[in-house]
Design a protein around this ligand. Structure first.
Ligand code: NDP
Length: 331
């Protein structure tokens, strides 16, 4: 499978993906290990950085030849840990394999609410959901009536940021890479407007059209040319939450940004975010989001690939926008 992808996407040829299938693992006697059966795996853009020369400074890079790790939803099948027992459902870091031995329970959350789809714990109820929540409310510090722009707006994080902005009473526009995604933003997620950035040759002019009075908040998911154009359209005291820059993850060198002086002219605050800083707020976030999901007031779209054999394709698809919504793999 992977050789086929390398031939079609040669720029991704430095990715190394290994999956273990049909391997039943055991708890080491006397250890606090947990053996889990993996149910859903999450495809996340940061995983690309762990496979390339552009190292993430947050996560250790993957070791070629070993199973890659990522967020997932799993069921405990054997436990040496006093706080976890057989049958518990959990989300956190697992391997891309049918069963994983977890040596550490750091960042492993027990799942208590099962009246919602379990796969949601890879997305809206897991890492991307907390990212959208913390990034929008804590980093952007939105106020009612402000003008909000979200890039990669139909994705796992973006679709939530747009809906949170509407709940706050903001005016929100999203960008996405196909006309279908643009429609989804406007009809399903309630964005005030949306555009296909691939059909806009002059992003500065496009943003001026959608935000004649400028942008108060930019939720940054893509970087590159979009960021440069946004900088020219920020309002005085605007805020940019830098969540990620997916357009840069496949590049050997990051693209240059030209309009940085706007930060001075418009007194813009730019702040990066790392979701795990907000893990202590996870239960507060659940209390916030669960009622919205149950009442249908926040919508969530997932793109589910079936089987480990389709996991590499699903992951690589993030980088050309083949996913519509949160990309999940059901094991
Ligand atoms: P998505 O579900 O949004 O999937 C990625 C999407 O990015 C694709 O569907 C595609 O949509 C878009 N995309 C891909 N390549 C490009 C490109 N070259 N230019 C513009 N858009 C592109 O992913 P997530 O919601 O999981 O992640 C969104 C961002 O948030 C990423 O940058 C990620 O790294 C970041 N992130 C950061 C976290 C943190 O703690 N800081 C935590 C979680 C995510 P389209 O069709 O619209 O092009």
């Amino acid at each position: 499978i992977f050789k086929d992808y390398i031939s079609r996407f040669p720029e991704e040829s430095d990715m190394i993906i290994t999956c273990n299938e049909n391997v039943k693992l055991k708890v080491e006697a006397g250890s606090k290990d947990i053996v889990v059966k993996n149910l859903y795996l999450s495809c996340d853009p940061y995983m690309r950085l762990l496979m390339s020369n552009q190292r993430s400074e947050i996560f250790a890079p993957y070791t070629p030849g070993t199973v890659i790790t990522g967020f997932g939803v799993a069921k405990v099948v054997e436990s040496g840990h006093p706080e976890f027992e057989q049958g518990d459902l959990v989300w956190g870091m697992v391997g891309w394999e049918e069963y994983s031995v977890l040596k550490s329970t750091d960042g492993l959350f027990k799942i208590h609410h099962t009246d919602v789809p379990l796969s949601y714990y890879t997305g809206i109820l897991g890492m991307p959901g907390l990212t959208a929540y913390a990034g929008f409310y804590e980093v952007c510090k939105p106020k009612k009536g402000e003008y909000v722009f979200v890039s990669a707006a139909s994705g796992a994080v973006g679709q939530l940021v747009g809906q949170f902005a509407k709940l706050m009473g903001c005016y929100v526009v999203g960008s996405a890479g196909t006309q279908d995604k643009v429609e989804l933003l406007k009809t399903k997620f309630g964005f005030d407007d949306a555009f296909n950035y691939k059909e806009e040759p002059d992003l500065n002019a496009t943003l001026k059209r959608y935000f004649p009075e400028g942008i108060d908040i930019y939720f940054e998911n893509v970087g590159g040319k979009m960021l440069d154009a946004v900088l020219l359209n920020m309002r005085v005291h605007g805020r940019i939450a830098v969540c990620g820059m997916i357009s840069q993850y496949n590049r050997p060198q990051p693209e240059g940004i030209h309009n940085l002086m706007t930060i001075v002219y418009k007194r813009v605050r730019i702040e990066g975010l790392a979701v795990f800083d907000y893990y202590p707020q996870y239960s507060k976030f659940l209390d916030f989001i669960l009622p919205y999901i149950r009442e249908g007031k926040v919508k969530y779209v997932e793109d589910i690939a079936e089987g480990l054999e389709n996991a590499p394709a699903a992951l690589i698809g993030l980088f050309s926008g083949r996913n519509v919504g949160k990309q999940v793999v059901v094991v």
